[in-house]
Design a protein around this ligand. Structure first.
Ligand code: 4GX
Length: 249
């Protein structure tokens, strides 16, 4: 069972997202366990203060290093191999590949910052990796931790049904998904593509692959740099690219 320890000032943020749907079922089946810890429990004094004003002045507050260091020491004593992860816009971009690699760990400790973040000495000594979930600024590390737990959990064997495996989903070959349709055959005057009603599995597979290549070329051409493409994929892609340069003329 994979263990996710979360250090946060707001454990309540995690409760409902982790109880619902696929993550909730995975926890019930003991495929994973998320343990929520309030950082305030490691703070001292009557008021259990976890933040302080920044040295050198300026706006906002900084999370004090001592409660975080004590919390990580306690969690690591129980889980010596667990990696400590920090969520910040300054981190390495989180990806499908990072999720897959992290799913191979026995345990992960997510350190969630609020305010302006942590005292720099925490990052230097206690953090194993820093990740960003995108180029925008959130109010804390809790939502990024949830996003990462969700994406990592999909790679734990048994969490997804075998019909929908993380290893065979489209990002694993670096392309966007093909479009999906269900009944009715005509909705608001728009018909489902004829090929999908044909029952010809070979034609359907070729159409879907072409749609994946077309969409990736149109929407995320950057992904094609590292996509795994067969000879046939490359031929289809060249055709799609020729068509789009024809359309420009
Ligand atoms: N992808 N944030 C963290 C507070 C903070 C600052 C510095 C530690 C160090 C974010 C993102 C993100 C906002 C989470 C600042 N904690 N995290 N928080 N985008 O915007 O990961």
């Amino acid at each position: 069972m994979m263990i996710f320890d979360v250090l946060t000032l707001f454990p309540g943020i995690f409760v409902s997202p982790l109880q619902e749907s696929i993550l909730g079922r995975a926890a019930k089946q003991q495929l994973l366990q998320v343990r929520l810890h309030n950082l305030r429990d490691w703070a001292e004094g009557k008021h259990q203060v976890t933040d302080d004003t920044p040295y050198g002045g300026g706006d906002g507050m900084v999370m004090k290093p001592e409660p975080i260091a004590r919390a990580i020491a306690d969690l690591k004593a129980k889980m010596p191999h667990a990696k400590v992860l920090l969520m910040t816009p300054q981190g390495k971009p989180f990806s499908h590949q990072a999720a897959c690699e992290l799913a191979g760990e026995e345990g992960l400790i997510f350190l969630c910052g609020r305010y302006e973040g942590f005292d720099e000495r925490i990052r230097q000594t206690l953090v194993d990796a820093e990740y960003s979930i995108g180029d925008f600024v959130l109010t804390g590390g809790e939502l990024p931790a949830l996003v990462m737990i969700d994406a990592i959990a999909r790679f734990i064997p048994g969490v997804l049904g075998c019909s929908d495996s993380a290893a065979t989903d489209s990002f694993s070959d670096g392309l966007l998904e093909y479009p999906q349709y269900t009944r009715p055959a005509v909705f608001s005057g728009m018909a489902v593509p004829e090929v999908l009603l044909s029952g010809d599995h070979g034609r359907i597979a070729r159409w879907r692959r072409e749609q994946q290549l077309r969409r990736t070329w149109q929407r995320r051409p950057d992904l094609l740099q590292s996509a795994k493409l067969s000879k046939e994929d490359q031929q289809i892609l060249e055709q799609v690219q020729r068509e789009s340069s024809e359309a420009e003329k």
